[in-house]
Design a protein around this ligand. Structure first.
Ligand code: PLP
Length: 224
C-alpha cells in the first residue's frame, strides 16, 4: 500500500485548530513511498533503525527533518549525529553523554526527548518519574557539561489496549510531568515538545496535550 495522501490531508484538517506536528513513521517502507509523502508536503519522517535511516537520508531531499524514534544503542549514535533532527527515545544518562560527545564532534547541538515509562506494561523502555527528575536536575545543574544536547521535551508510549481510560490516564501523567519540568530554567532544557500518540491512540494523546504524534500504519499501510 502506498502513502495515503487523503488520510494525511484529513489529519491536517483535523488539527488545523491545534498545533500538532505530524511525524510520518516510515520504517520498513520503500523510498518511493517516502518520496510520495514528501511531494504531498511531509517534511518530518520517523525511523526506528539506524542503518535504514542513514540509507534513506543519503537518497532523499536534504530539507527532510529526520526523527529517530527507535531504541538507540550508544555505539550507533555516531552514524546519525551529523544530521538527525530529533532523537525521541533517550532512556539512559549514558546515551545522553554519548549523544553530547557526538554533537561536539559534529559541531552541533542535538535535540533530544527523554522517554518516560508511562505504560502499565512492563516491556516498554523509559525512565520512571524519580529517575527522570534526578536526570533533569543533573542536566539543569550549572556545572553540567552536556553543552551539545538540547532536551526539548518528553516522549511516551501508552499501553496497547482498547481501554481508553487507561490510555488517557497514561498520557495525562506524561502531560503533568511535562508541565512540571517546563518551568525549570536551564540553558540545555527547552521544553516545547510532548511526543505521544500513534495510529491507534493519537486522538486520546492530543486530547491529553500532545503536540507531536508519530503516525505510521495509518499513513503508509500496515507493515505486514
Ligand atoms: C512504529 C512506531 C510508531 C508508529 O506506529 P503506528 O502504529 O504504525 O502508527 C510510533 N512510535 C514508535 C516509537 C514506533 O516504534
Amino acid at each position: 500500500m502506498a502513502f495515503q495522501s487523503e488520510v494525511y490531508k484529513e489529519l491536517l484538517k483535523e488539527w488545523s485548530a491545534v498545533k500538532v506536528t505530524l511525524v510520518a513513521v516510515s520504517k520498513t517502507k520503500p523510498i518511493e513511498d517516502l518520496m510520495e509523502a514528501y511531494r504531498e508536503g511531509v517534511r518530518d519522517f520517523g525511523e526506528n533503525y539506524v542503518q535504514e535511516l542513514t540509507d534513506k537520508q543519503v537518497k532523499l531531499p536534504k530539507d527532510i527533518r529526520w526523527h529517530f524514534i527507535g531504541h538507540l544503542q550508544s555505539n550507533k549514535v555516531k552514524y546519525i549525529a551529523p544530521f538527525v533532527h530529533l532523537i525521541h527515545g533517550i532512556d539512559s544518562k549514558k546515551l545522553l553523554v554519548e549523544i553530547n560527545k557526538e554533537g561536539k564532534k559534529n559541531n552541533r547541538i542535538i535535540n533530544c526527548l527523554l522517554q518516560v515509562h508511562i505504560a502499565e506494561e512492563e516491556s516498554k523502555f523509559g525512565f520512571d518519574e524519580d529517575e527522570l527528575m534526578d536526570l533533569i536536575y543533573d542536566i539543569a545543574n550549572p556545572t553540567s557539561t552536556l553543552e551539545n544536547i538540547r532536551i526539548c521535551g518528553l516522549m511516551g508510549m501508552a499501553s496497547f489496549t482498547d481501554n481508553i481510560n487507561e490510555v488517557s490516564n497514561e498520557f495525562k501523567s506524561l502531560r503533568l510531568l511535562f508541565d512540571k519540568i517546563k518551568s525549570i530554567k536551564s540553558p540545555n532544557l527547552d521544553f516545547t515538545v510532548l511526543s505521544m500518540g500513534m495510529s491507534n491512540d493519537y486522538p486520546t494523546a492530543i486530547q491529553a496535550g500532545s503536540n507531536m504524534v508519530r503516525i505510521g500504519s495509518k499513513l503508509f499501510g500496515s507493515r505486514g
